[in-house]
Design a protein around this ligand. Structure first.
Ligand code: SF4
Ligand code: SF4
Length: 174
């Protein structure tokens, strides 16, 4: 914004009619400039805030927010846990019974282990995305869900084998 340097009127100088009108001119132009800036921001500039929670931002599809493991396609390979720089992925798996039905992931990878625990402590997660990058079946993905604050740190541990986890994911990922 350009600014005009005005010569200050010394108080010791007598007030002439010309100076009196000059003072009025300066006051009016100064207030007008200020009001123009105010009006510009009040009506002319797109708001930078939203009325959350009535209005919600939709994050870009490639956002790295809360993680989701589509456990049916997880082969318990531990690669995500090994890649995680903060060790916040907890996996427990047992060997499948040799007489059990042969099962595969949706991309045709044989599932040789039974996943019995898959938990991510999102309070520790730094959302670096390394775990999703190494996942061979691409069952581990970031969602665009950013509303998962909790009152206790313990509640930030998400069990991806919990019965309601799929319905949460379907609600978030359209
Ligand atoms: S996003 Fe990074 S910190 Fe979070 S679970 Fe994956 S690897 Fe670990
Ligand atoms: S990398 Fe993927 S397939 Fe392997 S344990 Fe992690 S989520 Fe499961």
């Amino acid at each position: 914004m350009s600014s005009t340097t005005l010569t200050p009127i010394k108080e010791t100088e007598g007030l002439t009619l010309k100076k009196w009108f000059l003072n009025i001119y300066r006051a009016v132009t100064s207030v007008s400039k200020g009001m123009m800036i105010t009006m510009k921001y009040a009506y002319g500039v797109k708001p930078v805030t939203i009325e959350y929670p009535e209005v919600r931002e939709v994050l870009p599809e490639n956002s790295r927010s809360r993680l989701y493991n589509d456990a049916e396609n997880c082969i318990s390979c531990y690669q995500c846990a090994v890649a995680c720089p903060v060790d916040c992925i907890y996996i427990t798996a047992t060997k499948r019974d040799k007489d059990a039905d042969k099962i595969k992931t949706s991309n045709g990878t044989a599932i040789r282990l039974d996943l019995v625990q898959y938990t991510i402590d999102t309070a520790l997660c730094c959302y670096c995305g390394l775990c999703t990058t190494v996942c061979p079946t691409e069952c581990l993905t970031h969602t665009t869900d950013y509303e998962f604050s909790q009152y206790t740190l313990d509640s930030m541990k998400y069990d991806y084998l919990a019965p309601d986890i799929r319905s949460w994911r379907d609600r978030i990922v359209k």
